[in-house]
Design a protein around this ligand. Structure first.
Ligand code: SF4
Ligand code: FE
Length: 481
């Protein structure tokens, strides 16, 4: 396995064609706006080597028998699914940001079981190819960007009916040696901290959309791939060279619009090409795994936010007030409810035909549906406890200013025991998670990541088995069926 330092070195070798603010970014690793997200991913390497975390961050590969980073692992049992959620909570606690590596892990597990079923039914070597790709990922301890979400254009139209056929990623030509693909993937988490991209279809496709039923892997720096960096609220504070104002001193996450411009993919890296009837399972399983993931990562970030709110109360001198204590209890209750769902859908997981374990789909969807709501309430309570200072605080440069700094020190002090600087730091951290760069992961991604709320409601409706519940009621009420 790689160390965090080796990971940084490995990224420096990748020639990403990346743009930000209308300019090409030549040095990704040292860019002050991108580096915090690379630091967050680096934690997945750092902790894998830390004796106290090894059990969570590593696993024994079902493919090679070697010890691998859990982020590259195929789940071999419900225990693995539970360890995954615990690992994500831990990383959320350590980074208070999106650490990006889970999307690839969730993609591996979904692609593994679906390609197994495709190879079994169709006798095309998709599963063999996929597993040899995954062995390469495990042996080299790589980060893989899982790429699912297409731009989608007019949502009322199917892919092949769009005015522009490229609004969903598609196969434009099949050749003897491979395929040519064109299109884009939007909201790509960790695009510039990954070594490889694993592309999947964005939704269940019909026969008329068979060209859009495509799954493949490609190295990140390949010619023909362009990355356009997505802006985040308060992102340019990272360019100011100060620390207090960014709230989270070291970590962050990022998303990109990734364009695939007539990219050639050799057959050995193609895991689906036209088999539209398997797209529904692939999308559902990937989404299910990522909905489980949020029962870990968002909970870890929630732990940091709850801690920050409790510190703010201490610094403000309100920690003893009963309504503040009750608000903190409410935050914990909501956060642990999310965790309970993440653990529950994991413990009820079952083996697929490939042997790789799948979560309980109903519970995973319930988990994510709660995630679309509870972080908003937790953030609301944190803002309530913090007070308005979290958004009206002067800058660090004013605080450090030789003439006016003393006024900030004097007038923005809370309790006598708490230094003003500590109060400023915790206010900015709450701002960062509730409204700043980390709010991408903690709030809006909680809403739309791994599918918007309605996507879970459709799945919950499909799995609810209302007939079974009606029968239960008939028996209890003495109604003849
Ligand atoms: Fe992992 Fe959470 Fe980020 Fe998804 S949102 S990649 S689960 S940290
Ligand atoms: Fe996500």
């Amino acid at each position: 396995m790689m160390t965090a330092e080796q990971y940084l070195t490995s990224l420096r070798r990748i020639n990403y064609r990346a743009f930000m603010f209308g300019e090409r970014v030549e040095n990704i690793v040292d860019h002050p706006m991108i580096r915090p997200s690379i630091n967050a991913v680096a934690q997945s390497y750092e902790l894998a080597g830390a004796p106290s975390c090894k059990g969570l961050l590593t696993a024994r590969s079902g493919l090679s028998g070697k010890t691998v980073n859990r982020f590259t692992h195929l789940h071999q049992g419900a225990d693995d699914l539970i360890s995954k959620v615990k690992m994500q909570r831990l990383l959320g606690q350590k980074t208070a940001a999106c650490f990006q590596r889970c999307v690839g892990m969730d993609a591996f597990n979904a692609v593994d079981s679906v390609t197994y079923e495709m190879e079994r039914d169709l006798n095309i070597g998709y599963h063999r190819r996929f597993r040899s790709f995954l062995l390469h990922v495990q042996d080299n301890d790589l980060v893989v960007e899982g790429a699912m979400t297409d731009p989608k254009g007019d949502r009322s139209l199917r892919p092949s009916n769009q005015a522009d056929p490229d609004l969903y990623l598609r196969v434009v030509r099949r050749e003897k040696e491979g395929i040519l693909v064109r299109g884009a993937k939007a909201h790509q988490t960790g695009a510039l901290s990954a070594h490889e991209i694993l592309v999947m279809p964005t939704m269940a496709m019909g026969e008329e959309d068979a060209d859009y039923a495509v799954c493949f892997a490609v190295p990140s720096g390949t010619d023909g791939i362009t990355y356009i960096y997505g802006r985040q609220s308060c992102d340019t504070r990272r360019l100011e060279g100060t620390e207090i104002d960014v709230g989270n001193c070291h970590y962050g996450g990022h998303e990109c619009l990734v364009i695939f411009d007539d990219l050639f993919i050799p057959w050995e890296r193609v895991f689906m090409c036209g088999e539209y009837s398997y797209t529904g399972d692939l999308v559902e399983r990937f989404a299910g795994y990522h909905r489980q993931s949020y029962g870990g990562c968002k909970v870890g970030v929630g732990d940091v936010l709850i801690g920050a709110a409790a510190l703010a109360a201490e610094y403000n001198g309100t920690a003893g007030a009963s309504h503040i204590r009750d608000k903190l209890i409410e935050m914990v209750h909501l956060n642990e409810t999310l965790y309970a769902c993440g653990i529950a859908c994991s413990s009820q997981g079952e083996a697929t035909a490939s042997g790789t374990y799948l979560i309980d789909m109903l519970l995973a969807n319930v988990c994510k549906q709660n995630v679309t709501r509870f972080p908003y309430e937790i953030a609301r309570l944190a803002e309530d406890i913090a007070g308005g200072l979290m958004v009206t605080l002067p800058s660090e440069k004013d605080y450090r200013h030789p003439e006016i700094g003393k006024y900030i020190e004097k007038y923005l002090k809370g309790t006598a025991a708490a230094p003003t600087e500590q109060r400023m730091r915790v206010m900015r951290l709450i701002e960062n998670i509730a409204l700043g760069t980390a709010a991408v992961g903690y709030r809006t991604e909680s809403m739309h990541g791994a599918g918007s709320p309605q996507a879970q409601r459709i799945m919950i409706g499909r799995q609810a088995d209302l007939d079974h519940k009606k029968n239960l009621a008939r028996v209890i009420a003495g109604i003849e069926s």
